[in-house]
Design a protein around this ligand. Sequence first.
Ligand code: UP5
Ligand code: MG
Length: 196
Amino acid sequence: FRDSDIDVIFVLGGPGSGKGTQCAKLVKNYDFVHLSAGDLLRAEQANPNSEYGSLIAHYIKEGLIVPQEITINLLKNAIVEQYTKNKKTKFLIDGFPRKMDQAVSFEDLIVKSKLTLYFECPEEVMLHRLLERGKTSGRTDDNLESIKKRFRTFMETSMPVVDYFDKQGRVVKVSCNQPVEEVYNKVVSAFAEKGV
Ligand code: UP5
Ligand code: MG
């Protein structure tokens, strides 16, 4: 892709910060396609024909980052499909890149991102949300042990990605420790300011 072909916005934030919730609201009011890297990985894991099923299951339960080749390939396929079949050009990439190698590879191989939307949230708030969701989500990583590992990976491995884009002036930070509607209104204002 050339930079002018498609617009990619990365949506980052700790586990349970509300990335999926806010993306779902954004797609209703903007012409975005929402691609959650985690959802793509869970779908791949559930596909009996995939050779990566058990590998992905292990990484997710341990809160580790799946090798970038797998995730980038899933994202690339989804973007190309939406672009060619549905003529979609605007993408919210939720929960990716969460490791420096992914950030560099994606921008080298696919396209440079237009912006990163980063949700700031205290850990205890995210913990509460995830434990609550864990009662019904069926996600193998919504338990205290996995959540702690996810928090650790986020601080050690994913925050450097946010800082890297931030140093280039390509991050919009939104505090997300408020009701869903309030957070959403802040996102809309931030997008308007950045001309999204
Ligand atoms: N909620 C949301 N917003 C709220 C608000 N403002 N007020 C009150 N409650 C709010 O929200 C979480 C819960 O909080 C929900 O119950 C919601 O109703 C409530 P959600 O929108 O789901 O938050 P989100 O940030 O999307 O949380 P998620 O758990 O999806 O974040 P993760 O980043 O942990 O999960 P993801 O699916 O992205 O990744 C899972 C795993 O996949 C990773 O740990 C990793 O192992 C693997 N992975 C990779 O290896 N590579 C990748 O590139 C991506 C993922
Ligand atoms: Mg999510």
